[in-house]
Design a protein around this ligand. Structure first.
Ligand SMILES: Cc1ncc(C[n+]2csc(CCOP(=O)(O)OP(=O)(O)O)c2C)c(N)n1
Length: 370
């Protein structure tokens, strides 16, 4: 196992001093170490992985240094365009060090959304012509090799990170002014929806908690589409779903996911579908993967949603406010709720025990689609 702080120091001593990316559970210890030891300007938790590639490219332009871009392998898709049309040797040829968490590594059990991505992680890099290696415990030689390569060829270089590579490094979490947990907020929502209402929920623990709440209430799962992967696309899935049903569709998003593809809300907000009900859980963090902060505290999220076309945005920080909010969502059009919750989840939180395809089929059956 790699001692996380020593690894970080090795990077710094080798002039790698700018970090950007989207946090990943496999890289949680490294991300925590970067956050705790880097000045704020030099660790940018980006909205999506493509933005991180672009930030590292810009940093290289003004410093000549190699930025480090961290991501889960599911972020490779978001990064493909700037890697191929900006950093690639056929375009500007801009070096940067990619560190990619390898979820779904073949031979190791992982959740369904990681299986295919895990199989193609290396071949995707190969197809892009990005030199890559799996990070080993004696990483020094590998970093030296990567730096030599980036200097010589001016191209990105990737290190793929297996589960359990880094030693524990705890992030110091900011204390939240809010008292409601995400799971309790979800319970209030579910208890105030009708049997016909549909939920489309976001990637990470939100969907896992919804699954367990439904289990505990013995309600089955046919009203829910749990977006286990595809982070940032929940609102678009929900909106597309609204087109084919008269049922009310409650999209339950997270602030990290909302930020990842915020443009989708601009487009959705400019349209009118009365059965699209938007709820954004804002805990100011990527809580599901280690609690790295998002920039939501410096944003006027209700203002953004209003600018996107929602006429009323209600901020809910307790049970009563959520109940009132759901009532308004039901009665009025173009309403959004922003939930203010604290970080944290149960240690024994499970994962859906049904497969994504069972989930899809049950929902389509419920919607009467043959
Ligand atoms: C493209 C992509 N990048 C990164 C991830 C890893 N990931 C899974 S959940 C999550 C955090 C989501 O944060 P947020 O939407 O704020 O919800 P929270 O976990 O805070 O409830 C991240 C980064 C992913 N699944 N897909």
């Amino acid at each position: 196992m790699i001692e996380t702080k020593q690894f970080y120091d090795y990077l710094i001593n080798n002039n790698i001093d700018f970090f950007t990316g989207v946090p990943d559970s496999l890289l949680a210890n490294l991300c925590a170490c970067i956050k705790e030891n880097t000045k704020e300007s030099h660790n940018i938790i980006s909205a999506n992985e493509g933005n991180a590639v672009a930030l590292a490219a810009g940093y290289h332009l003004s410093t000549g240094k190699f930025g480090l871009v961290y991501m889960q392998n599911s972020g490779e898709g978001n990064a493909v365009n700037p890697l191929l049309s900006l950093a690639d040797e056929d375009v500007y040829s801009i070096p940067m060090l990619l560190m990619i968490g390898w979820r779904g590594e073949p031979g190791k059990h992982d959740e369904p959304q990681h299986v295919k991505q895990g199989k193609v992680t290396i071949s995707l890099l190969d197809a892009m012509g990005i030199e890559n290696e799996v990070l080993e415990d004696d990483y020094e030689k590998q970093i030296d090799k990567a730096i030599k390569y980036m200097k010589k060829y001016n191209k990105p270089y990737a290190l793929v990170i297996k589960k359990g590579s880094f030693s524990t490094y705890k992030i110091s979490k900011e204390t939240s002014p809010y008292t409601l947990s995400r799971e309790d907020a979800l319970k209030v929502i579910i208890n105030n929806l009708s049997q016909d209402d549909i939920i489309v929920s976001t990637t990470g623990k939100t969907s896992r908690e919804i699954f367990e709440i439904r289990e505990a209430l013995n309600q089955g799962h046919s009203n829910d589409f749990l977006t286990v992967g595809s982070m940032g696309h929940t609102a678009s899935i929900a909106y597309g779903l609204c087109l084919g049903t008269d049922k009310d569709v409650y999209c339950i998003d997270g602030d990290g996911s909302f930020l990842m593809h915020m443009g989708s809300l601009a487009v959705i907000g400019s349209k009118t579908l009365d059965n699209f009900k938007y709820i954004l859980n804002d805990n100011a963090a990527h809580e599901s993967v280690g609690g790295q902060p998002t920039c939501s505290n410096s944003l006027d999220i209700p203002g953004i949603l209003k600018a996107c076309g929602f006429e009323k945005v209600l901020v809910c920080a307790n049970e009563e406010q959520i109940k009132e909010g759901i009532k308004t969502l039901k009665e009025e059009k173009r309403v959004a709720l922003v939930l203010k919750t604290k970080q944290g989840s149960r240690d024994d939180l499970g994962r859906p025990t049904t497969t994504p395809q069972e989930n899809k089929n049950a929902l389509m059956h419920k919607l009467g689609v043959k």
